[in-house]
Design a protein around this ligand. Structure first.
Ligand SMILES: [Zn+2]
Length: 380
């Protein structure tokens, strides 16, 4: 088989599949990180291709070294918390790290864990381990039925590991009813139960939940660290890698997906342009944009990009170095806006965008939240 660049494929997206070619070897489906394309390989090839990158850095993280060191230490010293809360901006790598930690807990290697090679590691990283449950918001919310499933699954004895692990993504979207239902599990977890929760911000969760979790606050990763990883691991052209790393604002997952899906960058450019045009327009145009944006599935990313634009304007108004600006291509326009807007209004606009990002994750009426935000922005 022709050897394509292995780094196009991520071991995060491996799954065993039935052989199609009639040969007796086990086969593995490798998917690209966006999940849009993949290929089936013999496991012998898979071990050369997909696990090559695992050899040096089993956790496969970009940045977040302190968090990896911390989690490794908890395993080595057998001080594993029943519940860990990974917090940080969307696409920063929270679920990635939680899944690697789950693999480390399930790994059968006598050496470094996760080894990335044993059956337990491969099954965990494919989300297919018998002692792993992955939960994501259902239609934007983690609901009580899902919490009941978590409780049921965690109560069962592990099949092939000392632990039963549940990874819950987007825990800030949990309904109050569901969060309260989970409290009992957090207070008296079964001895073998590990709950790994991810959330944008601990402030979006019930304090009674947060106080029962071990916290891992993940911060944006340095631009140069992301750029170097895109060049070395993904063979991205250095100029493009640097630009994407800058636009990612420290969100590793966003940067990787942007490399594989150019439409993400196009949509981002359109959203930024919409904002830059909107600041000169009146209430009618703003309400129209709010109505159109509220219909989209990706409201959250769009508003986050707006927050970054206002952050850029705020930094320029405060006289900070141009190199801190995320939207370098719009630098001249942003400089003019910084002069006409001033520091405090730019800060208030960035804060209003941050509020909307939080409100949307809490299932607030998106159109109403967007209208309020857009009308609060002064004309320039
Ligand atoms: Zn392993």
């Amino acid at each position: 088989m022709h050897q394509r660049k292995p780094t196009h494929y991520s071991s995060r997206f491996m799954a065993r599949v039935k052989p199609q070619c009639g040969c007796p070897d086990e086969h593995t489906l490798l998917l690209c990180a966006s999940g849009s394309h993949g290929r089936i390989v013999h496991n012998a090839q898979k071990s050369r291709v997909a696990t090559r990158r695992m050899a040096g850095t089993m956790w496969e993280t970009i940045g977040h070294e302190w968090a990896v060191a911390y989690l490794q230490k908890t395993i080595e010293t057998n001080r594993i918390a029943h519940t860990t809360l990974f917090t940080g901006p969307a696409k920063i790598g929270k679920t990635h790290l939680a899944l690697r930690f789950a693999a480390a807990l399930h790994c059968h290697s006598d050496g470094q864990r996760p080894c990335g090679r044993c059956r337990s590691c491969l099954e965990t990283l494919a989300g297919a381990h018998a002692d792993l449950l992955m939960i994501e918001p259902d239609k934007g919310r983690v609901k009580i039925d899902q919490v009941r499933r978590i409780q049921h699954e965690l109560a069962l004895r592990p099949y092939n590991s000392p632990w039963r692990v549940c990874v819950v993504s987007g825990f800030e979207t949990t309904t109050t009813e569901a969060a309260n239902a989970l409290l009992k599990t957090l207070e008296e977890p079964p001895a073998h139960a590990i709950l790994l929760l991810t959330a944008l911000d601990p402030g979006l969760l019930l304090p009674t939940i947060v106080s029962r979790c071990r916290m891992l606050s993940m911060r944006p990763v340095a631009t140069h660290t992301i750029a170097e990883a895109l060049i070395e691991r993904y063979q991205i052209d250095p100029k493009r890698a640097t630009e994407i790393a800058q636009l990612s604002a420290g969100r590793v997952g966003w940067a990787i997906r942007a490399c594989e899906d150019p439409s993400m960058l196009e949509q981002r450019d359109t959203d930024v342009q919409t904002l830059l045009e909107l600041v000169d327009k009146g209430p009618a145009a703003r309400l129209r944009v709010a109505e159109e944006l509220a219909k989209r599935d990706d409201v959250h990313p769009a508003v986050f990009e707006w927050q970054l634009v206002w952050r850029d304007i705020m930094l320029l108004a405060a006289g900070c170095d141009d190199r801190l600006v995320v939207n370098q291509r719009q630098l001249p326009r942003l400089r003019r806006l910084a002069e006409t807007t001033g520091l405090e209004p730019a800060r208030a606009a960035a804060a209003s965008a941050q509020d909307v990002v939080r409100q949307i994750s809490q299932n607030v009426n998106a159109r109403l939240a967007l209208e309020t935000m857009l009308l609060s922005w002064q004309n320039r």
